[in-house]
Ligand binder design. Structure first.
Ligand SMILES: C[S@@+](CC[C@H](N)C(=O)[O-])C[C@H]1O[C@@H](n2cnc3c(N)ncnc32)[C@H](O)[C@@H]1O
Length: 398
């Protein structure tokens, strides 16, 4: 198996030294992705890109996604009365491409806004942070942890693209309507006598009582009743508690402005549809995806879809009001993507470039792919007259 031996050794060590000789799936996923030296995102293994990468994002397709988002941020600045500074906090910036396209666009088209702008990047992976710093060396950006930002200090917008799907999730399984948790252990430490298939590879899954009552409470938050008879025995899925912790910190740091979350996911009733009995966990390795997180350890990405209802409901508890939820295709069309497609034929570029650009623009709005992503916009501290001004990206064409 193509796993990182050093990472497997670190995980084995964590398991054998833990009191019950097992770790939660969330701890496992956190180590696999973010172990400071050997994790997928911390080592040279991370490979985001349209050609030859493990996966690609909207930012990998060129400048359009960033430039259209940039238009939305300028309007937010105007709605807030053009404050100076206006902070844009990008969380989970990957290779720094989105930041590059956004800042480049402001330099060319909104120099005045650029003088008000403070661009902050929050990035967990030291490796990617280094890549971002190289890519953005000619731009006024700075890096810090969310925790380092003082409470109630930000006027502006916190935003992320495909961050929340990369946060470590807990996994659960239902046994006669009861919530049980999936843990990770070593093959040599467990006896397998389960009634339903569990996954295995370098490590194996074991099922036991939940590690924290927050897992059960999560379903009250999103108004889903797992004890309802509709769920089959062995139904498994994920719970993203880290997303709630993350949103709480963001809400604390924001004094006045917006939070924009772009990602793939569903509202709770679709997420926990009884027919989605194997959850949404996916592993990406060299542009292929599969569902076994116990192979290619440290060399593949692991993600879970985002539960947007949880972000909305939890947000309300943290003073974040829902401004709107839409799909990426509609959001980008409302911000001018249609005009970009129409203007392609007038541009002086080669046929090959034209076809490639058209293909990229279409991919951004493909309803079966990136176009079907959710865009959640929340706000905090806005006055009534600011709330009443519709955001361009959320305007639905008549
Ligand atoms: C799937 S990549 C998305 C990259 C980029 N936003 C894009 O659109 O190409 C996820 C990014 O989030 C970062 N990340 C994951 N957890 C994080 C956290 N808790 N705080 C900050 N960054 C985090 C990863 O290191 C990586 O840069």
């Amino acid at each position: 198996m193509n796993s990182s031996p050093a990472l497997c050794a670190a995980i084995s060590d964590r398991i054998t030294t833990s009191p019950q000789k097992r770790i939660t799936f969330a701890e496992y996923m956190d180590m696999v992705l973010y172990h400071p030296e050997h994790g997928y995102y911390s080592s040279k293994a991370v490979n985001i890109g349209f050609k030859g990468g493990d996966f690609f994002t909207s930012a990998s397709l060129g400048a359009d996604f960033g430039e259209l988002l940039a238009e939305q941020f300028v309007q937010m600045w105007q709605i807030l009365g053009q404050p100076r500074p206006f902070s844009l906090v990008e969380m989970g910036a990957g290779q720094g491409l989105l930041a590059l396209y956004i800042l480049n666009y402001y330099q060319l088209h909104y120099p005045d806004f650029l003088t008000a702008l403070e661009y902050i990047i929050v990035e967990k992976s030291p490796q990617l942070q280094q890549e971002q710093q190289q890519r953005l060396q000619n731009f006024p950006a700075r890096w810090c942890n969310l925790e380092e930002i003082p409470n109630n200090s930000i006027t502006g917008c916190f935003f992320s693209n495909e961050l929340v799907d990369a946060l470590p999730v807990h996994q659960f399984i239902l046994e006669t309507g009861e919530l049980r948790e999936i843990y990770v252990s070593l093959p040599s430490l467990v006896k397998r006598d389960e009634n339903y298939p569990l996954l295995e590879g370098e490590f194996v899954e074991v099922v036991s009582e939940v590690s924290t009552p927050q897992l059960t409470k999560y379903f009250d938050l999103i108004d889903i009743d797992l004890s309802a008879n509709v769920y089959p025995d062995g139904y498994r899925s994920e719970i993203n508690l880290a997303a709630l912790d993350w949103l709480s910190i963001v809400a604390d740091r924001l004094q006045r402005g917006y939070v924009v979350t772009v990602d793939y996911g569903y509202p709770a009733d679709r997420y926990y549809n009884p027919r989605r009995s194997q959850g949404t966990l996916q592993c990406y390795y060299q542009h292929r995806y599969h569902d076994n997180p116990y192979i290619n350890i440290g060399r593949q990405d692991i993600t879970a879809h985002v539960n947007f209802t949880a972000l909305e409901s939890w947000g309300e508890q943290c003073d974040l009001n829902k401004v709107g939820f839409t799909q990426q295709a509609l959001f980008l069309m409302a911000l001018g993507l249609g005009e970009r497609i129409a203007s392609l034929s007038y541009q002086e570029i080669s046929i090959a470039q034209l076809l490639q650009r058209r293909e990229s623009l279409h991919q951004l709005i493909d309803p079966t792919g990136l176009g079907g992503f959710g865009v959640l916009v929340q706000s905090k501290g806005l006055q009534a007259q600011e709330i009443s001004q519709p955001l361009k990206g959320l305007i639905v064409p008549k």
